[in-house]
Design a protein around this ligand. Structure first.
Ligand code: HEM
Length: 457
């Protein structure tokens, strides 16, 4: 037992316990890990889930999330699940590293995400969205919006972080990421149930091949940049120039590959999914879409979208924020206790697995009025007052908060503002899309939409 409950401190309704049969859980994870999460997380503060004697704790209460991810961040590690699911591809890069190795890497790249630097990326963001617009205007067949957004955000991440790189094959990189993510449900299920790693599962060979391809092609970029004399001041140069303050050593090529792969995958897939869900929601809510169009028209005054317009599009930004409330691209944060600490009325021992189920917090019935309703006005400045800071956390919380949060938000607003005034998107199917958890929140079936020229009103 990893968790001790202090009955004297425990207030009524603070904690509920659930038990699942290992077989039922296994089947649910393989179908869609989202459906394997205990339903109580949408209404309770803390949910203690036991499966075959293994316990894990779901933290759904904003003050307790703060207590865990912010105040006790130093007592938590990313844990076995993150290591097994992400480690094979991302090694010990910024997302997966711990302790001093993490700190050094975070400090080495922090300057690349300061506001002035991000403003400098806006022309590349708008340019990639304009390319997407031209592509859509020349197509008549329905579009797989998730795939289309991946192409757009991939072009942006490669342009901004690697100063462009024609040698990367977008299609193959995207396929490799999908191949890698596809069997992660098995890795997740095996780890939760304590099954040994050698037990085979479908898709493992393909996932290994995908990892091999991704690491090799990124490795070639590093070698080419080391061999060349020119410096570009981008993420790759920051990594090449980084020095560990404790040991004075530079990063080895494999560590640079870990990080480039981390930034390429974490930096384009999440934003693309956030945008795909946003475009779906806007197509379902024409009056909200009209408000977005009105705002863009007011800010741009009929001129082409320019970098200085993007920061003024506060309603468009609120739409993206509300879409990420309903469909957070990274819907669950996992941690493992490394040093015991108290969380509310619980004493957590070493090894306790914690989940912060972001999607459930974002739709929690005690935290949001009409949680299932799409209402971007929730994110207008006045409406946000009184909401606990950690009731909304699409980018995580504490020292491990997403380093790319401002980048992603700026990018999403720029892409929406570049595409929407000329093109109207409509879903091909009236069936509500089902989200599925493959580390990120992907639509279970492709979100197919048609794009047509928008006629001036
Ligand atoms: C809408 C888009 C995005 C979402 C929803 C998102 C979400 C997240 C979340 C929830 C975490 C915290 C994970 C944890 O605590 O375990 C995270 C970490 C991270 N994200 Fe993002 N992210 C997005 C975009 C980006 C972009 C654009 C980049 C890079 C350009 C990026 C790079 C990273 C990195 C490197 C980390 C690890 C940070 C660390 O541990 O120090 N992300 N992201």
């Amino acid at each position: 037992m990893n968790i001790a409950v202090n009955q004297a401190q425990l207030e009524a309704g603070d904690l509920v316990e659930t038990r699942r049969s290992p077989l039922g859980l296994f089947a649910a994870i393989l179908r869609n890990p989202l459906t394997a999460l205990p339903p109580e997380i949408f209404r309770e503060k803390l949910v203690l889930a036991s499966v075959a004697g293994r316990q894990s704790l779901y933290v759904c209460d904003p003050p307790l999330i703060q207590e865990a991810l912010v105040r006790n961040a130093a007592s938590l590690g990313k844990g076995e699940i993150a290591r097994k699911v992400l480690g094979p591809a991302l090694g010990d890069g910024l997302l997966t590293a711990e302790g001093a190795h993490w700190r050094w890497q975070r400090q080495s790249v922090a300057a690349g995400f300061q506001h002035e630097k991000l403003i400098g990326f806006l022309p590349a963001m708008i340019g990639a969205a304009e390319d997407t617009k031209k592509r859509w205007q020349s197509m008549t067949a329905p579009l797989d919006i998730g795939h289309e957004m991946m192409r757009t955000t991939f072009a942006i991440i490669v342009e901004t972080m690697l100063s462009g790189s024609a040698s990367l094959d977008v299609g193959r990189v995207e396929r490799s990421i999908t191949d890698y993510l596809e069997p992660t449900s098995y890795v997740f299920a095996y780890t939760m149930l304590g099954l040994p790693e050698w037990v085979p599962y479908p898709g493992r060979v393909r996932a290994r091949a995908a990892t091999g391809y991704l690491r090799e092609s990124i490795g070639e970029l590093v070698t080419a940049r080391r061999a060349g004399a020119s410096r570009r001041g981008d993420l790759l140069d920051m990594l090449l120039d980084a020095t560990d303050p404790e040991t004075g050593r530079a990063m080895q090529d494999s560590e640079i590959v870990d990080n480039l792969l981390t930034f390429i995958t974490a930096g384009h897939e999440t934003t693309a999914l956030g945008l795909a869900w946003t475009l779906h929601l806007l197509a379902e809510h024409p009056s909200v879409e009209q408000q977005v169009l009105d705002e863009i028209a007011r800010v741009t005054q009929g001129t082409a979208l320019a970098p200085e317009h993007v920061g003024q599009l506060s309603f468009t930004k609120a739409v993206f924020q509300e879409s990420m409330r309903l469909y957070p691209p990274a819907p669950v944060i996992t941690r493992q206790v490394e040093k015991p600490f108290d969380l509310g009325s619980l004493s957590l021992c070493e090894g306790t697995v914690l989940y912060v189920p972001i999607q459930a917090v974002h739709r929690h019935e005690k935290l949001w009025t009409e949680p299932e309703r799409f209402d971007p006005t929730r994110f207008l400045p006045e409406a946000s007052k009184g909401r606990h800071r950690y009731a909304y956390l699409p980018f995580g919380a504490g020292p491990r908060i997403c380093i790319g949060s401002a980048f992603a938000t700026m990018e999403a607003v720029a892409i929406l503002a570049a595409l929407l005034p000329s093109l109207k998107l409509a879903p091909v199917s009236r069936e509500a899309p089902e989200p599925s958890l493959k580390i990120t929140l992907r639509p279970r079936r492709p979100l197919m939409m048609t794009a047509s020229e928008r006629r001036a009103a």
